[in-house]
Design a protein around this ligand. Structure first.
Ligand SMILES: CC(C)=CCC/C(C)=C/CC/C(C)=C/CC/C(C)=C/CC/C(C)=C/CC/C(C)=C/CC/C(C)=C/COP(=O)(O)OP(=O)(O)O
Ligand SMILES: O=P(O)(O)OC[C@@H](O)CO
Ligand SMILES: [Mg+2]
Length: 233
């Protein structure tokens, strides 16, 4: 159940419809975990509804928090993004401070997984929402990765290309500067082949949008990742 062993994760968006049949196939696919999260229209109601539906299965389920209002008990983990390349401190530590002021006393810190996001697709919703500076050089990205591991001691560094397939060479170089911090890769994985390519370079691959576009292609990524050795395993 430990998130440090996860190699493949499906990200389900609470703002999107998914049938019971499709959800069953996703949850029973052999993926290591379900991450519930999205960048807009995430509400307490749609998070609760999706969590209850996913809880019918034994797969671990985590909430990736994007609004304080949608935080609810019942998840195995709470993944908390901090967008390292945001130009607005609200998305780096502002909302986090507000939430911890409010919930700090009752929080079970063993369930909290801070994620250092580096958003590299300037057109994705998360980049626009957080005013991320996505025009980064390789040195910039490696600097954020090292900062995540050695300065902030974050357990996860997340290279986020949401909606677009990323730069393999950059992912490889990023992996090479991380040892304790896990490298999550997400964005544009829409085939077994792409899943294999990124799984070979990162610790954990996150598959999102293709679930809603072509379920069979999404499911094929699970086996592809299971067959691929990771960079640090
Ligand atoms: C009561 C109880 C159970 C308490 C538990 C304690 C707890 C967990 C408290 C919360 C503590 C805390 C520190 C909360 C943080 C609050 C917060 C709102 C932080 C900001 C997070 C953030 C930076 C959000 C920005 C958006 C973002 C990066 C989202 C990540 C997910 C993502 C990129 C999804 C992709 O979105 P999608 O909609 O799919 O986009 P596409 O259209 O591109 O596909
Ligand atoms: O939706 P896709 O492009 O698969 O990206 C997955 C995830 O990184 C989104 O936060
Ligand atoms: Mg999405």
């Amino acid at each position: 159940m430990d998130f440090q062993t996860w190699r493949h994760v499906f990200k389900l968006d609470p703002a999107k419809e998914i049938s019971d049949g499709h959800l069953e196939r996703i949850c029973e696919s052999g993926t290591d975990a379900i991450l519930i999260g999205g960048s807009d229209d995430v509400t307490l109601d749609n998070v609760l509804e999706l969590m209850a539906r996913v809880r019918r299965y034994s797969v671990p389920v985590a909430l990736e928090v994007s609004t304080v209002e949608s935080v609810t008990p019942g998840f195995d983990y709470y993944f908390i993004p901090t967008v390292l390349n945001s130009s607005d401190p609200k998305w780096i530590k502002g909302l986090h401070h507000e939430a911890i002021r409010e919930y700090g006393e009752i929080m079970d810190w063993t369930e909290i997984v801070p994620e250092g996001y580096c958003i590299l697709n300037p057109d994705c919703k998360a980049a626009q929402l957080t005013r991320a500076d996505a025009s980064l050089t390789e040195e910039d990205v490696l600097g954020y990765a090292r900062m995540a591991e050695h300065f902030f001691k974050l357990p996860v560094f997340y290279l986020e290309y949401s909606g677009r397939f990323g730069d393999l060479e950059l992912v490889k170089k990023t992996a090479s500067v991380l040892s304790e911090t896990r490298l999550f890769y997400g964005g544009g994985i829409d085939s077994a082949e792409r899943a294999k390519e990124m799984a070979a370079l990162s610790d954990t691959v996150v598959v999102g949008n293709i679930i809603y576009e072509d379920l069979n292609k999404a499911l094929a990524t699970v086996k592809a990742v299971a067959e691929t050795a990771g960079q640090s395993l």
